[in-house]
Design a protein around this ligand. Structure first.
Ligand code: ADP
Ligand code: MG
Length: 722
């Protein structure tokens, strides 16, 4: 392939719009209709009512809605907005929007800009093309969107265009959730109710509300747009289906936390500016392990906002990259042979006074409370590892989980040395009485100072306690964190209720009852605790002995969404009805099949139209060169080495022709399997290896064929030239 200078030039880098000397606090959140903007624009009484509605989760009356809609419109128009959109999260990984302008005719035929409470509260996108998993057949396609007032409206700019975006849930006409936000909101209520019930049982009467908090560390790759445009696989599947590893990958370990290249830093800077304006609290940025891989992490927020913000982040990342001549790859495994990208989902619970319920306490009472919430979470993961694993299953994440660079598909919990010792002490009966002295002796009150040190060491665990929160590390980089967070909230709520019932049935000494229950539970949940290296074969064998599930791919894991146990649990808490859960299962299996099909067809066309022609051409060149050399130097000239190269080339080319055919045959067969689950299993078992075979041959050809003839950018170019 003819090497090209990437399109990037200093001109592009200077496009990065600096907020000329303004500090972040001056413009943070200015593109959102947040509390500050509302307070400024709404009549005092309306503002008060709005806050009350949010806090108590009441329904909006039309007067308040009209008033808020008017103020929101005025605010947006001052920012240059011409359109508004109900922004929602269909059951794909991305977001959807349909824009309407503010204009309306008056009775006199004049044009005015208007936005009513009714338009704010409810919308009707033509939603027939969004996946519903059978809930809504196309002839009754009308789903509707409903405003989520707990997440601030914001404006999105594109060139001169400015659009007001209103976060909404998306429901079918029969009231089923067609999106990712509605179940999340329901799970937020569920974890609140169960936490408050538990706190109250433990004697904590002050907390009136408990929220789950999320911090999402987002990994991503950046490559030059020029290379992107020349790679059909990245354009169509967002990952490379071909490409041999360059001599230099990540073995020198010089990229992680290395100094950030100027072009990348300039991108990050512009990205963060846009994010700050949208109220996204970007905090950390750094190079990741693989070349051209990076991470951005925010300050944690309440779950609903954090999820919206992560969706927004992924959108803004893509848009800003284009302005820098770059493309963001959010795929979980865009390049073979080097690390893939994940999204660590940091999760905790916080009361309305800002107390983190997973913060080891300073007093004996705090300690018991901490232990109860800790055990509830571990129990939840133990009991429901299957649905937690299924919540992060995707065709892309299949490449990552278990590939010795990310946590394996076995869900275990890491606690760190000190906490493990404390739980062992409780279990072994070293502490049996819940007196203040005994609890102080356990040493929980010493944990906060030392926790970072002892909990941060094991990076291989899929579910690690890191001082005052749990970190779920198996989440994929491109997926919405909404469903994993919904699952976590629900299963922990279930465990809290289970523990609360057990504790309250033990008489009046609640502290003693709690400690006794904790001791019993530790014995039961122990198999899920693992402190060793999760990447080893020994752990796989050990986990099997312990009876922990190890579902390595989507087809085997996804059925856990629709087991009796899972369906009943989510139905019991009203988070997802059986119909809603089943629809999600169907959508995800179908998407898996579609993605595998697209990958197979993309690879087949690249092999047929690009790789094989290049190989055949070079074969001809080599053959002709051997012949002409013999003509000049005489037939007896020893051309054995050259013939060996030609023979290898010809052998590989022949193999590749057959592998390409194999892919097509198997893909065509897969399309005849009517049942999606069976189709997914076939694709996983047959197409994946067929694609691997073809890749191995194509990558070997890449090592032989003249560089100038190679039709697609190579790994070293994409990963190191930027
Ligand atoms: P790491 O050591 O894994 O790189 P950090 O310790 O810097 O990460 O934190 C990772 C993320 O965890 C950040 O986004 C941070 O805001 C978030 N986080 C911290 N405390 C909480 C909490 N109580 N609840 C949820 N997320 C949290
Ligand atoms: Mg982390």
């Amino acid at each position: 392939m003819k090497k090209k200078e990437p399109a990037y030039s200093s001109e592009l880098s200077s496009m990065s719009s600096c907020e000329d000397g303004k500090c972040i606090t001056e413009y943070f959140g200015e593109d959102t209709f947040n509390n500050k903007a509302m307070k400024l624009r709404l009549p005092k009484e309306v503002y008060r009512r709005f806050q009350e509605i949010i806090q108590k989760g009441k329904k909006f009356d039309l007067d308040t809605a009209n008033s808020v809609a008017h103020a929101m419109k005025e605010w947006a128009i001052e920012k240059g907005a011409t359109h508004y959109s109900h922004w929602f999260q269909p059951m794909t990984s991305s977001t959807a929007e349909k824009h309407d302008s503010f204009i309306e005719f008056t009775d006199d035929g004049d044009i005015i800009e208007r936005f009513t409470g009714k338009q704010l509260v409810q919308g009707e996108p033509d939603a027939s093309s969004f996946p519903s998993g059978g809930i809504r057949s196309t002839f009754e396609a009308r789903g509707y969107t409903v405003w989520d007032p707990s997440s601030p409206a914001f404006i999105i700019k594109a060139g001169k265009g400015v659009t007001l975006c209103i976060p909404t849930v998306f429901l079918s006409y029969t009231g089923e959730a067609l999106d990712n936000k509605a179940p999340l909101l329901r799970s937020i209520k569920v974890i609140n109710d169960s936490s408050i019930k538990m706190l109250s049982l433990l004697g904590n009467k002050k907390a009136r509300k408990v929220v789950s908090t999320l911090g999402t560390e987002q990994e991503y790759f950046l490559i030059d747009k020029d290379y992107f445009c020349q790679r059909t696989d990245i354009v169509l599947t967002t990952r490379t289906l071909l490409g041999s590893s360059p001599a230099k990958g990540q073995q020198l370990e010089d990229h992680y936390f290395g100094s950030i290249k100027e072009r990348i830093l300039s991108y990050m800077h512009e990205l963060e500016e846009a994010l700050y304006r949208l109220g996204y609290p970007a905090k950390t940025r750094h190079n990741e392990v693989a070349p051209s891989q990076y991470e951005i992490a925010p300050i944690f927020e309440e779950a609903n906002i954090a999820v919206d913000h992560n969706q927004l982040l992924m959108e803004v990342m893509r848009k800003v990259a284009v302005r820098h001549g770059l493309v963001v790859l959010l795929h979980e495994k865009p390049f073979a042979g080097i690390n893939g990208s994940g999204k660590h989902l940091n999760w905790s619970l916080s009361d309305d006074m800002g107390n983190n319920l997973l913060n080891p306490g300073k007093t004996p009472h705090d300690s018991i409370q901490f232990l109860v919430f800790l055990i509830a979470t571990i129990r939840a993961v133990y009991q429901h590892a299957d649905i937690l694993r299924a919540s992060v299953a995707s065709s892309a994440n299949d490449h990552r989980l278990g590939a010795n660079e990310a946590p394996p598909a076995i869900i275990s919990v890491f606690l760190g040395e000190q906490l493990t010792k404390i739980l062992n002490d409780i279990e072994s009966g070293a502490v049996t009485k819940a007196t203040n002295e005994a609890i102080i002796d356990l040493g929980i009150s010493n944990l906060p100072i030392l926790s970072k040190d002892s909990t941060d060491r094991n990076r291989t665990s899929p579910f690690a306690f890191t001082g005052n929160k749990f970190e779920f590390r198996a989440v994929g980089s491109h997926q919405s964190v909404s469903f994993p967070a919904t699952v976590l909230n629900t299963i922990v709520a279930d465990s809290l209720d289970y523990l609360a019932d057990k504790i309250s049935s033990r008489g009046t000494d609640i502290k003693q009852a709690a400690l006794d229950v904790i001791r019993e539970e530790i014995k039961i949940i122990k198999p899920v605790l693992y402190m060793g290296d999760n990447y080893t074969r020994e752990w796989e064998l050990e986990a099997e002995k312990r009876g922990l599930p190890n579902k390595k791919n989507l087809p085997s894991s996804i059925t856990d969404m629709v087991t009796e146990k899972t369906l009943k649990l989510f139905e019991k808490y009203g988070v997802l009805s059986q119909v809603e859960m089943k629809s999600r299962y169907h959508i995800r299996v179908e998407r898996y099949c579609k993605k595998m099909d697209i990958e197979a067809m993309t690879l087949h066309s690249m092999l047929s139209n690009q790789i094989l022609p290049a190989a055949v051409y070079y074969q001809k060149e080599l053959a002709e060169s051997i012949e002409s050399t013999r003509r000049v130097l005489g037939n007896e000239t020893d051309m054995t080495p050259q013939v060996m190269v030609l023979s290898e080339l010809s052998g590989l080319t022949g193999k590749l022709v057959l592998f390409a055919k194999d892919i097509l045959d198997k893909r065509n067969h897969a399309m005849t399997i009517p049942d999606h689950q069976a189709q997914a299993e076939y694709l996983c078992k047959e197409i994946r290896p067929a694609m691997e075979n073809a890749r191995t041959a194509a990558d070997a050809l890449e090592g032989i064929v003249d560089d100038n003839l190679w039709p697609i950018p190579k790994y070293w170019e994409m990963l190191f030239i930027c």
